[in-house]
Design a protein. Structure first.
Length: 175
């Protein structure tokens, strides 16, 4: 015990001192969030490889404190892959597209620009008919896929595959 302090006060000071050595929750959260942003950019065809590399470099520089070792290893591997021009990772279960990422991004942008409704308007239109989950949800997801396919260029397998993938994500949210 320290001079003039009781048992409770001494214990409280020790606990506060130890808590000061723990990682900042805000710092860890920011590192997690930035990692997820870079990870998501890896799968976005609209993001240039140089931007992806810059994202991972920034994460390595500013956000690795208190991050798990497997994330640091992953980031180092992504930087090396991007510098070597290795193919981009693909999400499991997606149909591989024969288009370049830039052509696919252009096609998606054109489909979005050609759409007469925004996503919010589609949700407002379809939600009243959705009914109780899961049956109404399945109907909503099917309608969403149909409207997505309507925006695709005729015969575009990549766009149709993306619509099917989005319907799958929609269905996963139903249950």
């Amino acid at each position: 015990m320290w001079l003039g302090l009781g048992k409770c006060e001494s214990a409280a000071l020790i606990v506060l001192g130890l808590a000061g050595c723990a990682p900042s929750h805000r710092l860890v959260h920011e590192g997690d969030r930035y990692f997820e942003r870079c990870y998501g950019a890896d799968y976005d065809a609209r993001v240039e490889p140089t931007q992806k590399e810059a994202c991972w470099q920034a994460w390595m520089t500013y956000y690795t404190k208190h991050q798990p070792a497997h994330r640091v290893d992953y980031a180092l591997g992504r930087i090396e892959s991007l510098q070597n021009g290795d193919p981009l990772p693909t999400l499991p279960g997606l149909v591989a597209s024969e288009q370049s990422p830039q052509a696919l991004a252009k096609e998606i942008a054109e489909a979005d620009a050609a759409a007469s409704n925004t996503g919010a308007e589609i949700l407002v239109t379809l939600t009243p008919d959705a009914g109780p989950v899961p049956n109404g949800c399945v109907h909503f997801c099917n309608e969403y896929e149909s409207s997505c396919n309507a925006r695709c260029k005729q015969g575009s397998l990549a766009c149709s595959a993306n619509c099917e993938r989005e319907r799958g994500m929609c269905l996963n949210g139903c249950y």
